[in-house]
Design a protein around this ligand. Structure first.
Ligand code: FES
Length: 255
């Protein structure tokens, strides 16, 4: 399926946490199409350095004013250059790409670790007004700027930090284990580091609860053509994270 490529004007670009930026740009066509869990492939057009596009998950969409918002961590040359783009600057955006989350739920539980919380924002917004519970994990309280973002979207927020500086000390899967024993959910959505996803999938499967995971992988083309992003599936075949995912049912990719 042909993807839309647009030149987008940056409207806002602010630092919201340690090495984490929120970027809002105007892209009315993409704002009409984007689903929670999908991503865009971003190219900095003003750079003199030739760079591949960078895949970044969609954190929010406003179809009314035609904007998309991304929340990303500055981790390398591509995102460092992106971080320098000022409001008024132009970006080359391909998208929306990939498959998003299923929204068939009445009692959703969201689990996000680190920057993996970014796609959960648009997911939570899309699930409202259903009662949403979220478990958010990070290294320390400085990384928990997410609390403010999810406050108006979720009925119940649970926080874990590695150092115990905010919420419960430990990992999201520790909190998840307790929550699945104490409450009833009909689906678990997860995005974050691979070990976290495997732990979430294992716990949800043990409780017979549907689970969707959003995988991260290195990508080049972003549209299923180069095979640089494949992962092993439980049927013995391989899946392209960019085109078959990034959202998968847990049993498809974790045994
Ligand atoms: Fe090329 Fe996925 S990035 S096939």
């Amino acid at each position: 399926m042909p993807k839309t490529v647009v030149k987008a004007s940056v409207l806002e670009h602010t630092l919201i946490g340690p090495q984490v930026r929120r970027l809002t740009f105007a892209a009315p066509i993409l704002a009409q199409q984007a689903l929670p869990g999908q991503f865009v492939h971003v190219k900095v057009t003003e750079s003199i350095v030739p760079l591949l596009r960078r895949p970044i998950s969609i954190a929010d969409v406003n179809p009314d004013n035609g904007t998309l918002t991304l929340i990303y961590r500055i981790v390398g040359q591509g995102t460092s250059l992106l971080a320098e783009v000022k409001p008024g600057g132009q970006l080359d955006i391909m998208g929306p790409l990939g498959n998003g989350f299923s929204l068939e739920t009445e009692r959703p539980l969201l689990v996000g670790g680190g920057i993996g919380l970014a796609p959960m924002v648009y997911l939570a917004k899309s699930l409202c007004p259903r009662p949403i519970t979220i478990i958010m994990g990070g290294r320390n309280k400085e990384e928990m700027y997410w609390q403010e973002i999810f406050q108006s979207l979720c009925r119940s927020i649970h926080i874990t930090t590695d150092d115990g500086s905010l919420g419960r000390q430990g990992f999201t899967v520790d909190a998840l284990s307790d929550m699945l024993s104490a409450d009833t959910f009909d689906i678990v959505y997860a995005c974050g580091p691979q070990p976290m996803l495997e732990g979430v999938a294992r716990l949800a499967t043990a409780k017979n609860i549907r689970c969707q995971v959003s995988l991260e992988d290195h990508m080049a083309c972003g549209v299923g053509a180069c095979l640089s992003c494949t992962c092993a599936a439980t049927d013995g075949k391989r899946r392209k994270v960019c085109a078959d995912g990034p959202v998968f049912w847990a049993e498809e990719v974790f045994s």
